[in-house]
Ligand binder design. Structure first.
Ligand SMILES: Nc1ncnc2c1ncn2[C@@H]1O[C@H](COP(=O)(O)OP(=O)(O)OP(=O)(O)O)[C@@H](O)[C@H]1O
Ligand SMILES: [Mg+2]
Length: 300
């Protein structure tokens, strides 16, 4: 079983408006809400490929229930921890004038009791877990080194870990040596504390991370493609040329693809080809983490 951990999930709401005017009434033409959050997106993709997956993290209120309902319907096991505060809604205002306005909520603060409940749920999930995936930001009330603590717990039990986060949580978590990390270029630059102007510079830093004990470093470069570094290999795969409609969830698609490859013991060369095809397929539709299977297979 693959387990995804999403500590700060969100309902992603997309609204179509003509033009956003501050200080005035704005009428919304169309609105749609979907379950979101990086780990939730990873689980969504995994279910489309019929993998056994369980979801962990914090959920509260109606928005939380909506995420749980969605994931249950998709056939994921849900072991979310309930919070007193409501799960956030992130709103994307798509202006017909071409401007996109994002309204991002901070999410609820997690209490000590809720954190303790989550830790119990996590330890329980470890019993059946082969690969633990940690995605996204950390909510208020949760210690900045939570990922490091959880990765260490997995390591003791021989569970592989895949980490996709940014900023300080990534810096902290790296110390616990996850099996796989998937930073994008900006996240890697923040991690190493300098600009990485060339592919060679990125490879050099990825190699350093491998030397420090991370098995596989996958760096996503947006439209430029994907880099992979492990102890014995450096691989590059250009992104697939597609007409991109919505690239949200492309990073999560790479993570999901690497999860599937890791579970089936695939060679990294094939894992890379699959990951660029899957993430490109994700970009071709309006939805995020909704993979058009035939497009994926064609690209592959
Ligand atoms: N426009 C695009 N066309 C084709 N493939 C794309 C495009 N954008 C992204 N991809 C693929 O998706 C992968 C991941 O994208 P990216 O590097 O933007 O991830 P990210 O920054 O982690 O994204 P996010 O966290 O917002 O999901 C890229 O390495 C590339 O293979
Ligand atoms: Mg990302």
């Amino acid at each position: 079983m693959i387990v995804t951990v999403t500590l700060n999930p969100a309902v992603d709401k997309t609204c179509v408006v003509d033009r956003v005017i501050t200080g005035d009434v704005n009428r919304i033409r169309e609105a749609e809400s979907v379950a979101g959050g990086k780990g939730v997106n990873v689980a969504k993709v995994l279910r489309q490929f019929h993998l056994q997956v369980a979801c962990l993290g914090f959920l509260g209120g109606y928005s939380g229930r909506m995420i749980e309902d969605t994931m249950t319907k998709l056939g994921a096991e849900c072991h979310f921890t309930r919070t007193k505060g409501d799960t956030r809604t992130n709103t994307n205002l798509l202006g017909t004038d071409g401007y996109v306005t994002e309204l991002l909520e901070p999410g609820p603060e997690i209490s000590e009791k809720e954190l303790a409940n989550f830790r119990k749920e996590f330890t329980y999930a470890c019993e059946q877990c082969e690969l633990m995936v940690f995605s996204g930001s950390i909510p208020k009330g949760v210690p900045k080194d939570i990922y490091a603590q959880l990765i260490a717990e997995c390591r003791q039990l021989g569970i592989k870990t895949l980490l996709d986060t940014s900023g300080e949580p990534l810096k902290e978590a790296i110390l616990a040596k996850p099996t796989i990390i998937k930073p994008n270029k900006k996240e890697l630059e923040y991690l190493v504390g300098k600009k990485l102007p060339s592919r060679e510079a990125i490879i050099e830093e990825a190699k350093r991370l491998v030397k420090e004990g991370i098995d596989k470093v996958v760096v996503s470069l947006g439209e430029e493609g994907l880099l992979y570094v492990d102890e014995s290999r450096v691989l590059y795969e250009p992104a697939k040329k597609v007409k991109a409609v919505n690239t949200v969830g492309c990073g999560d698609s790479v993570v999901a693809s690497f999860c599937m490859s890791e579970i089936s013991g695939e060679e990294p060369e094939l894992a890379m080809k699959k990951a660029v095809a899957l993430s490109a397929a994700n970009a071709t539709t309006k939805g995020s983490a909704e993979i058009p299977l035939s497009t994926y297979l064609d690209l592959l």
